[in-house]
Design a protein around this ligand. Structure first.
Ligand SMILES: *[C@@H]1O[C@H](CO)[C@@H](O)[C@H](O)[C@H]1NC(C)=O
Ligand SMILES: *[C@@H]1O[C@H](CO)[C@@H](O)[C@H](O)[C@H]1NC(C)=O
Ligand SMILES: *[C@@H]1O[C@H](CO)[C@@H](O)[C@H](O)[C@H]1NC(C)=O
Ligand SMILES: *[C@@H]1O[C@H](CO)[C@@H](O)[C@H](O)[C@H]1NC(C)=O
Ligand SMILES: *[C@@H]1O[C@H](CO)[C@@H](O)[C@H](O)[C@H]1NC(C)=O
Ligand SMILES: *[C@@H]1O[C@H](CO)[C@@H](O)[C@H](O)[C@H]1NC(C)=O
Length: 526
């Protein structure tokens, strides 16, 4: 029985990998070197020369000088910005352009800034904020990787995957780079011997974590260290017991792995890469037969997924706003790329990196920013429409069920004083974050920003008799919005039993009318 389940699980994983490879194959531009791009790890850069001719390069230089005269830099936060610094380096021109006062004319500009998630902003949030007489006893964090390069090749887009531009901007970053120096080549890397644990190339290839992306997670980790380690003493301070107190899994992509490393460097005092295993996770929804006993090959989930994709493609084919944004964008990037997420990627990449967009006429920068802010609105709206796509919702619920089960089980074990890790980190993707928020009933369709963090805390009353949970999304306490917590809060905390009952019973019963995950997986039923 067990062997059969293992085999099915294995076949499922293989299947998913094939599907992903196929999607990547479909979505790539003709000029691209396909075999390189389908590799899950890209430790070595591809180089941009494939897609960049000499003429393009000279046009780019003209565009750069245009932009510097047309768009002066007006930073708004004196602590983080330094006019002469930015003018000298050209760093973050467009990002800081967004800071200008009149930017309210552009619909969606606030949203775009939020999405980019500037690594120079101070991280803050309501993590660990509990009433007196309660304490935080365990923490479960799902992150989306930090800022990355686009998934498809873009003309003239040269984003560095190192820290040359930003190294002087953060002491934490300098410590991290100093430490990572000796791991530039690390043969014992559990993910791959050719994979660097930190962004480390002068030119990024596709889908790579950038220096900015690593810095976002250093900041996240550093903030949460202050909350959970300094304030709540969740872990032993010397970091020596890391192994049993911390559990970390990352999907098998360089961007998620490097994000996890950066986060942990910020989070764990005296962090030691070798002392803290980061376990590779096949599948972006973190289903683990080992931790849950579930069979990860859920047939109904795949069926719902294909139904949902059909519905989605019909929607985007007929969406007027999307079609018009796409037309404008294609004119500018001249890339022939039609893939929805690929196009979203291109427009945000320029803006989030302050790179001059591919346009060569006066006023074109404004147009580009305007368009990009429309793009993100469309993406959010299409995400919102998924809320009404029943197959999509069901797919996400089944896909993420094993993960919420695992989190609940670990919390439950802790309420029974079993020895379980007190800090768990899952390093995943936008889709993972979205599925978790769907399952908890807090999804609003918005595309999760880079380096999003979704935190679930287990809280204990000081007298030890009662347990609660809290949910915090990007620093915001959303416990009262969580489906099974509504109307059940005690002093702002959600009784842990509500979560346990939801995961063990209600989730499947309510949405699938079945008694178990196993049964719900047998066949899609709409
Ligand atoms: C701003 O940057 C310039 C050039 O990098 C530097 O000389 C100057 O000291 C900086 N000013 C502040 C206030 O940091
Ligand atoms: C990309 O940028 C890096 C760092 O600024 C530079 O060394 C390299 O020559 C650039 N490559 C291209 C193809 O523009
Ligand atoms: C960072 O600081 C060092 C030492 O002060 C200096 O040599 C280097 O040029 C600076 N880098 C940047 C990008 O400003
Ligand atoms: C942004 O683009 C829209 C649609 O093309 C246009 O109506 C609007 O005036 C533009 N806004 C600015 C500030 O350029
Ligand atoms: C919870 O405890 C049970 C019983 O000791 C154990 O079998 C299971 O693996 C534990 N699960 C987790 C996620 O801690
Ligand atoms: C322990 O604390 C909880 C929450 O503050 C309270 O509801 C409960 O009555 C207390 N139990 C005892 C035995 O004091």
């Amino acid at each position: 029985m067990l062997n059969k389940e293992r085999l099915l699980g294995f076949l499922f994983v293989i299947n998913i990998i094939l599907i992903i490879l196929y999607i990547m194959y479909l979505s790539h531009d003709q000029h691209a070197n396909k075999s390189d791009q389908t590799l899950p790890y890209k430790a070595h850069s591809l180089g941009r020369s494939h897609y960049q001719s000499k003429t393009e390069q000279s046009v780019k230089n003209v565009a750069v000088s245009n932009t510097i005269t047309n768009f002066e830099v007006i930073p708004s936060r004196s602590d983080l910005t330094n006019n002469s610094y930015f003018i000298k380096t050209g760093l973050n021109k467009a990002y800081f352009w967004l800071e200008r006062k009149h930017d309210s004319q552009y619909e969606g500009i606030q949203r775009l800034k939020e999405y980019c998630n500037s690594p120079y902003d101070k991280v803050s949030g309501e993590e660990g904020v509990v009433p007196t007489d309660y304490k935080v006893v365990s923490v479960h964090v799902l992150i989306r990787h930090g800022d990355r390069t686009p998934m498809i090749p873009v003309n003239n887009l040269n984003i560095s995957c190192n820290f040359d531009d930003i190294v002087n901007r953060s002491i934490l970053l300098q410590r991290y780079l100093e430490y990572m120096k000796s791991y530039a080549v690390w043969k014992n890397n559990p993910f791959s011997a050719i994979l660097s644990p930190f962004p480390n190339s002068a030119v990024c290839s596709l889908s790579q974590l950038t220096g900015q992306g690593a810095m976002q997670h250093l900041n996240n980790g550093d903030f949460l260290r202050n909350v959970y380690i300094k304030r709540w003493k969740l872990l032993e301070d010397d970091g020596l017991r890391q192994k049993s107190e911390v559990h970390v899994r990352s999907t098998v992509y360089s961007r998620t792995y490097q994000s996890a490393v950066a986060f942990l460097f910020g989070f764990i005092p005296n962090f030691k890469l070798e002392a803290l295993p980061i376990k590779p996770q096949a599948g972006i929804y973190f289903c683990s037969t080992y931790h849950t006993g579930f069979n990860c090959a859920c047939a109904a989930a795949s069926q719902y997924h294909s139904m949902a994709e059909k519905a989605r493609s019909t929607i985007s084919k007929n969406d007027k706003l999307w079609l018009s944004v796409k037309r404008d964008l294609l004119k500018m990037v001249k890339n022939g790329q039609q893939w929805l997420n690929g196009l979203f990627d291109i427009s945000t990449a320029h803006i989030c990196h302050g790179i001059v967009p591919p346009c060569f006429t006066p006023g074109c920068m404004k147009e580009y920013i305007n368009m990009t802010s429309r793009v993100i609105k469309v993406k959010d709206r299409l995400g919102h429409e998924n809320i009404y796509n029943e197959a999509y919702q069901k797919f996400q619920r089944l896909a993420i069920h094993p993960l919420i089960f695992e989190i609940a089980l670990r919390m439950f074990n802790q309420t029974r004083s079993l020895n379980v890790p007190k800090f768990v980190l899952y390093s995943g993707h936008d889709l993972t974050v979205t599925a978790l928020s769907v399952a908890l009933g807090v999804n609003n369709g918005e595309w999760p920003k880079y380096a999003t963090r979704f935190v679930l805390e287990l809280i204990q009353s000081k007298n030890g008799s009662k347990f609660y949970i809290r949910a915090i999304f990007n620093g915001k306490d959303i416990t009262s919005k969580v489906l099974f917590c509504q109307g059940k809060l005690e002093e702002g905390l959600c009784p842990a039993n509500e979560f346990f009952m939801f995961v063990l019973k209600e989730h499947i019963r309510k949405y699938f009318d079945d008694s178990s995950y196993f049964k719900a997986c047998l066949k899609a039923n709409i």
